[in-house]
Design a protein around this ligand. Structure first.
Ligand code: PMP
Length: 415
């Protein structure tokens, strides 16, 4: 029995799926203690869009530490934070015509979701929130109440208090317009769905099975919110920061949320950071009303500021989109090779889901792929979707190699 088994809580999970002692990471690869390399198509669950130890961020961090840059400062002003905010304004907000205040909310995605939900209730003075089937917003109590899969609440006595779940785009099949269902539920005084303070959604449900909402549906939900004075919160924690091919996942869909939550890859280096973007007129917090010791990690600011330069020109976004399209096409080919096992492929940019008919086969394939040194996770309520989430910087050769490992793994499992 090793020290992990002896001392780490039974709640440990990825260590069970990927039972290797990792020591180093570089680009799209991890290395174990024996120096063996692993292709990483999990990318820290979306926290490593720029790969492991990306050089520009690494050099900036080394310089900052060598010059005794402030590491911890609560929410005081520091040069690292000033630079991040100025570049975020210049590179991300202004060119997109967006006007948001920025609230730093502590290390994890769930911290950001908590703040967003709390602010929405405070501003609208209403309790209810609408979330969607298969949603994942985090596992602290407030965020968990808006997370659909009951597996995460199992035996933890968490109630769905003040959250109403409604069907996501496609949940009732391709022919049912679930935006119309939402409208009906909100307008019908006998539906049991109270007028909410906010609707919270992911434009692509990542943990929920890589479900991609259509632009039309997203625009319709935005209109429903606007017409009823309901705030729209986009949880861009996993699919923001370029994952879908644009910095924000909602950019191409043609609507502007009232509140946006970012985390995971915003620090650009896997460092803990989350923030909430707030339409200026609803930034109604009183000073110190929502506080916390770790609101803005200066090392994360340093790396995050550097990461923003990837977005200063259109080139990086174009590369991500082009590679993503090819990745999607090569997964489509896999369906042709294994029609008895695979049902469909869905995704956008560099997030793709390969759906299996049987969950057990999907999980066996993930295990087999790991034996062949590809780190890849399953998702979806049935865990029957293999989730491709490589770092955005993964080159064509490595993407093709990963898909090839999956092909061999499926063959090994089913033949
Ligand atoms: N929202 C979404 C869409 C996520 O994917 C995640 C993490 N998987 C979270 C919220 C929660 O983030 P964290 O685990 O950092 O609390």
């Amino acid at each position: 029995m090793n020290v992990f088994q002896r001392r780490e809580s039974e709640v440990r999970s990825y260590i069970r799926s990927f039972p290797v002692l990792f020591e180093k990471g570089r680009g799209a690869q991890l290395f174990d203690r024996e120096g063996r390399s692993y292709l990483d198509f999990f990318a820290g669950a979306g926290a490593l869009n720029y790969g492991h130890n990306p050089e520009p961020m690494k050099q900036a961090l080394i310089r900052y530490l060598e010059t005794d840059g402030v590491t911890h400062s609560l929410d005081m002003a520091t040069e690292a934070k000033r630079r991040f905010l100025a570049l975020f304004e210049e590179i991300i907000l202004k060119p997109r015509g967006l006007d948001y205040k920025v609230q730093f909310t502590g290390p994890t995605g769930a911290n950001g979701v908590e703040a967003a939900l709390k602010l929405a209730r405070r501003v609208k003075q209403r309790r209810n929130v609408v979330a969607f089937t298969n949603a994942y917003h985090g596992l602290s109590l407030g965020a968990l109440a808006a997370t659909a899969n009951e597996h995460y609440r199992h035996e933890a006595w968490v109630q769905r208090q003040d959250v109403s779940f409604v069907p996501y785009d496609g949940y009732l099949g391709p022919d049912v317009d679930t935006a119309a269902v939402l409208r009906k539920l909100l307008d019908d005084g006998s539906s049991g769905v109270d007028l909410p303070a906010a609707v919270i959604l992911e434009t692509v449900q990542a943990e929920g099975g890589v479900n991609v909402a259509s632009h039309r549906w997203l625009q319709e939900v935005a209109r429903i919110c606007r017409e009823r004075d309901v705030l729209l919160i986009v949880d861009d924690i996993q699919v923001g920061c370029g994952r879908t091919g644009t910095f924000f996942s909602f950019e191409r869909a043609g609507f502007t949320p009232d509140i946006v939550v970012l985390s995971k890859s915003i620090s650009g280096y896997g460092l803990p950071m989350s923030l909430v973007l707030i339409r200026p007129d609803i930034d109604q917090w009183q000073p110190g009303e929502h506080t916390g010791t770790f609101r803005g990690n200066n090392l994360a600011f340093v790396a995050a500021a550097e990461a923003l330069s990837f977005w200063a020109t259109a080139e990086f976004a174009e590369t991500v989109s082009a590679r993503g399209r090819r990745l999607g096409a090569s997964l489509q080919d896999l369906i042709g090779d294994f029609p008895a096992q695979l049902t469909r492929v869905r995704g956008v940019g560099m997030i793709w889901g390969l759906e299996f008919k049987q969950s057990a086969v999907c999980q066996a394939v993930a295990r087999e792929a790991f034996a062949r040194r590809l780190v890849i996770e399953t998702c979806g309520s049935e865990r029957n979707v293999l989730k491709f989430l490589p770092p955005l910087i993964t080159d064509e050769t490595m993407l093709a190699a990963g898909v090839e490992i999956v092909r061999e793994s499926i063959r090994q499992v089913v033949e």
